[in-house]
Ligand binder design. Structure first.
Ligand code: X2X
Length: 340
């Protein structure tokens, strides 16, 4: 809210000058003592954005306006690559990013939960990520001076969409130009399937599909809907080939400079928002299929065994086991069972 009187406003328009040019100070009606920038790539209508805004309202109410959480969805502050640099530098205070996405360029092991077909259901997912594996990954992220909030935000089980033909087995992916996010695990998985993956940030995905730079992509139904991917894709294979989620990471220097009571109110509301968003996503994973089918997306249900076999035959699990190391691998297998 800009605090200009009607008279001042009339004057600026009459003179054709902006308030700043005239030297007015543009104060907020009730300026917050602490303002935190919270940024991410998801669309305005994604449940993550809704729950983030809800957290902002609660934080404002609980602190009587002393603390303001400024929510920037939809890549408003840049691509994931840009936002990661900004949260490192302190220009962004809180950033949601998948450990499999650009965050893995700094913390390679953070991508381990993205391995193909390791989670049968949400119970196993949250037992793993709220448990020992999540704690181990938090420690690795802290080493690069980012502080993860306790709870991860769900980014859903992922499926493959294409504009050209339905995908029933890896043979249908052979040589296909498919967009994957910017992370080595994604590239490796789709290379092992036999496709030709291209790393592209989420803010460029829609136009990459529209201009046919790539013929396909893979994502949650929530993103296929809210980022309008459905408008530029025809087929959706319900592969559920991997599951993804976001760490909410804070710039450490900015975070430790906040008083303890402010840290408490912000982290408590952000973690609650994450838990509520998980429920939203679980519901949407059931209901969105029908909604998207009505919009013209043609679904098929492949037998996923051929995809799993391709990963095993291609040495996918054994080579990533070497990269992640025995300690993390053992923690993961404790939750999800033997993988190699
Ligand atoms: O970039 C994507 O596809 C997204 C939104 O799902 C992630 O951030 C990994």
């Amino acid at each position: 809210m800009v605090n200009l009187t009607r008279r001042a406003f009339t004057m600026t328009t009459t003179l054709g000058l902006s308030a700043t040019a005239l030297g007015f100070s543009m104060k907020r009606a009730a300026a917050a003592e602490y303002s935190l920038k919270f940024a991410f790539n998801l669309a305005e209508t994604h449940p993550i954005t809704t729950r983030a805004r809800e957290a902002a309202t609660r934080i404002q109410q609980e602190t009587n306006g002393r603390v303001e959480l400024q929510v920037y969805p939809n890549n408003q502050l840049g691509s994931d690559t840009d936002m990661l640099s900004q949260v490192r530098a302190g220009g962004i205070d809180l950033f949601l990013n998948s450990g499999i996405n650009v965050l893995s360029t700094m913390v390679p092991a953070a991508s381990i939960y993205g391995l193909g077909f390791i989670f049968p259901d949400y119970d196993t997912v949250w037992k793993t990520m709220d448990g020992e594996l999540g704690v181990a990954l938090h420690k690795l992220i802290e080493k690069v001076n980012l502080l993860p909030m306790e709870k991860m935000w769900d980014n859903g089980f992922r499926h493959i969409t294409t504009s050209t033909h339905p995908v029933n087995s890896p043979a249908d992916l052979a040589g296909m130009k498919i967009r994957v996010p910017v992370g080595a695990l994604w590239t490796s998985m789709f290379q092992t399937f036999g496709a030709a993956p291209a790393s592209i940030n989420f803010n460029e995905l829609y136009s990459a599909l529209q201009t046919k730079v790539v013929d396909g992509q893979e994502n949650s139904l929530a993103n296929i809907k809210t980022a309008n991917i459905v408008e530029v894709q025809k087929y959706c294979a319900l592969t559920r080939h991997m599951w993804d989620a976001f760490f909410c990471v804070a710039n450490k220097r900015n975070w430790v400079s906040l008083p303890a009571d402010v840290q408490d109110v912000v982290s408590r509301n952000i973690n609650q928002a994450a838990l509520d968003e998980r429920q939203d996503m679980a519901k949407l994973s059931e209901s969105l299929k029908e909604v998207l089918a009505k919009q013209g997306l043609v679904f098929n249900q492949p037998d996923t065994e051929s995809f799993r076999q391709k990963l095993r035959d291609g040495g996918f699990y054994t080579s990533w086991r070497e990269k992640y190391g025995e300690e993390l691998w053992a923690i993961l297998e404790k939750s999800v069972g033997k993988l190699t």
